[in-house]
Design a binder for this molecule. Structure first.
Ligand code: ATP
Length: 301
């Protein structure tokens, strides 16, 4: 096979509850992930080395060096297979970058599925889940999609039957705020951003699935900290956005994950389209996209 294309969805966190500190120093979490129909596409073509190009609206925000999560995923897969494979990866980006919608994790999951096929490895989902868990806490969920509850420290993921389709509007931002105001980043926790990210991942992300329950090594002892302080908006940035959505008939309005993307639950597809239109024409959000969920995780097309 000379070229493989995989479609992989964004996610919204519809619930994140942090319980009290346990004796082992961790917090109990209940975290609900929901995959929605905003997709990146990852194309993998035969090549000598492993490279990446990124196209699309948000591409200028994405690194194309070895820090790109798709490259890291392809390398991890080759290492797992014990061979030095090559792939030219092309990412068509529609998921906003740094929007709390797991765009980088989606690309990593897409690269795993694409390269597994391109290289004819035929690795089972269990193996891909294990590699995904080592790459980042959002990556396993991006592989399976649907709706899932993460419990424990966030490391146990169970599929959640939802019994229908939910229609959403996402007021998108690209590393900023939905309404164009700058997002204020709080002072990093002692230990720096890397640990803060690891903590946030541990809190927010599962490392298994209903069919793929597994515990992942606790590789970040400093995860045993209270919830990390994440990016916060200026005090008056988000409430008007959420409130405006409610005023336009949204059934619910939440900030996805660490933000800044705001998610509005609509009555149906028509209402979602109207709501997206209202949010942009009133200047509440500079970009609003209607989408539905749950959708499958990384899928060969
Ligand atoms: P999460 O919801 O997991 O917190 P996010 O949606 O807020 O993540 P991402 O879109 O994953 O954020 O981007 C986070 C950072 O990861 C970006 O600033 C970007 O530089 C880096 N990154 C590396 N590879 C990619 C990729 N393939 N796509 C997007 N971002 C990437």
């Amino acid at each position: 096979m000379s070229s493989v294309t995989v479609r992989v969805p964004a996610k919204v966190n519809v619930q994140l509850s942090v319980g009290p500190l346990r004796e082992d120093g961790y917090h109990d979490l209940v975290n609900v992930f929901h995959a929605v129909s905003i997709f990146d596409e990852v194309v993998a073509k035969e090549s000598e080395g492993i490279t990446v190009q990124v196209n699309g609206k948000w591409s200028d925000q994405v690194p194309t060096d070895d820090s790109n999560l798709a490259i890291r995923a392809a390398r991890a897969l080759a290492k797992h297979a014990g061979r030095s494979y090559g792939a030219e990866l092309v990412i068509h980006k529609s998921i906003p970058v740094a929007g709390g919608m797991a765009g980088g994790s989606a690309d990593a999951a897409g690269a795993l599925v694409a390269c597994n096929e391109l290289w004819g490895l035929g690795l089972p989902m269990d193996d891909l889940m294990e590699i995904a868990g080592d790459l980042g806490s959002d990556v396993p969920f991006s592989l399976i999609g649907g709706t899932a509850v993460g419990t424990g420290r966030g490391e146990q993921l169970s599929e959640l039957p939802t019994g229908g389709t939910f229609h959403w509007v996402f007021a998108l931002a690209n590393g900023g705020s939905v309404d164009g105001q700058r997002v204020r980043r709080v002072r990093p926790a002692p230990g720096g951003l890397r640990r803060r990210r690891a903590v946030a991942d541990a809190q927010r992300l599962p490392h298994g699935g209903a069919r793929h329950r597994r515990r992942v090594r606790a590789r970040h002892p400093s995860e045993q900290r209270p919830p990390a302080r994440r990016a916060q908006p200026p005090p008056r940035a988000r409430p008007p956005t959420l409130e405006s959505g409610r005023q336009h008939g949204a059934l619910g309005a939440i900030v996805s994950g660490s933000g800044p993307t705001c998610a509005f639950l609509a009555i149906d597809a028509t209402h979602a389209r109207d709501l997206a239109h209202s949010l942009t024409t009133t200047g509440t959000a500079h970009t609003a996209v209607a989408a539905h969920g749950p959708v499958h995780g990384a899928t060969l097309i």
